[in-house]
Design a protein around this ligand. Structure first.
Ligand SMILES: O=C(O)c1cc(=O)[nH]c(=O)n1[C@@H]1O[C@H](COP(=O)(O)O)[C@@H](O)[C@H]1O
Length: 309
């Protein structure tokens, strides 16, 4: 199962964290932008090539430190089709460097449209008799607001090779506006989403004790992380909110089981913007990302008792 591949990488690197590759031009050192602007007449192309060069240098530095990366597609779509190509090339580059790639696409729609999203990001569209992957990520994020119609097309395409992470309790401040509302059964919406994904995961179980159907729970809500860990013991958590959103290792700790497994914690700006702290000119941006990733690993390993697996 795909979750086993993720757990193996986490144990091998002794690191339950994922670097979010969410670049915008203002995070990218001037020297890279100047070079790309001079080389490309079209500003979209120059922007996209800047993102790609930035990501590749960071991937090279962190590939032996972290098990996974999570490019969030909005940061690429912003720069048009050239940006989307940079997303695709980032995914391919990260996979070549042995990283598990979570495509943060947060899709959700009616069944037929969800199916199209799922095929594009997890499957293989039929291309005149050939079937090739468009975006070949290991996992994607899914928004459950439309109900099972919107989730099942993604779950069907897991087939032991892919994972999904369905939003349950998101890290943002307003997440409670809908997710904390109590349903007629007495559960909150986020608890209901988590329980439903635990049930859906029963037919996607891996040897590690978790399923290929994961959920997203923010490090900014540690009590809810702990409560959900008990409620859905076979559901793997993607835990954003570390770093720039204020969460730390102690906040993320309730997401893990006694082996130090069961969750992977994301930091995006905290890693890729590390070079901007301390007045650097940016030449050392990738090394700064590496050092920040090592600090995050130490923080998480510290709260997990020094060993995973
Ligand atoms: O699905 C996600 O990854 C996600 C869910 C959530 O509840 N909160 C959240 O911040 N994220 C994503 O995690 C990343 C957080 O970025 P930083 O705040 O810069 O670490 C962004 O890509 C967000 O879109």
């Amino acid at each position: 199962m795909s979750v086993d591949k993720l757990c193996e990488k986490i144990i091998e690197r002794q690191n339950p964290s994922v670097v979010g590759l969410d670049p915008v031009l203002s995070y990218i050192p001037q020297a890279i932008k100047d070079e790309m602007r001079a080389a490309h007449q079209n500003p979209f192309e120059a922007a996209a090539q800047s993102l790609l060069a930035f990501n590749q240098a960071i991937i090279d530095e962190i590939a032996d430190v972290v098990p996974a990366v999570k490019p969030q597609i909005a940061f690429y779509e912003m720069y048009g089709w050239q940006g989307v190509r940079a997303y695709h090339e980032t995914v391919e580059y990260a996979k070549k460097r042995g990283l598990y790639v979570i495509g943060d696409i947060k899709r959700g729609d009616i069944g037929s449209t969800a199916e199209a999203y799922a095929i594009g990001h997890m499957g293989r569209p039929d291309l005149f008799g050939e079937a090739r992957a468009a975006f070949d990520t290991d996992a994607v994020t899914v928004n459950p607001y439309l109900g099972s119609d919107g989730i099942l097309p993604f779950a069907r395409l897991c087939k032991g090779k892919k994972m999904i992470f369905v939003l349950a309790k998101t890290s943002n401040q307003s997440s409670g506006e809908y997710q904390d509302q109590v349903t007629t059964s007495g559960e909150t919406i986020y608890q209901l989403a988590a329980s439903n994904m635990e049930r859906l995961g029963e037919s996607h179980m891996g040897a590690c004790g978790y399923s290929d159907v994961g959920i997203v729970v923010g490090a900014t809500y540690p009590a809810m992380l702990g409560e959900l860990r008990e409620r859905v013991p076979h559901t793997f958590f993607l835990v954003p909110g570390y770093g720039a959103q204020g969460g730390g290792g102690a906040d993320a700790a309730p997401a893990f089981d006694s082996r130090g497994l069961g969750a992977i914690v994301n930091s995006s700006r905290g890693i890729i913007c590390a070079w901007q702290k301390g007045g650097s000119d940016g030449r050392d941006f990738a090394k700064a990302a590496r050092e920040a990733a090592i600090r995050m690993r130490e923080d998480l390993l510290g709260v997990l008792g020094g060993k995973i697996g």
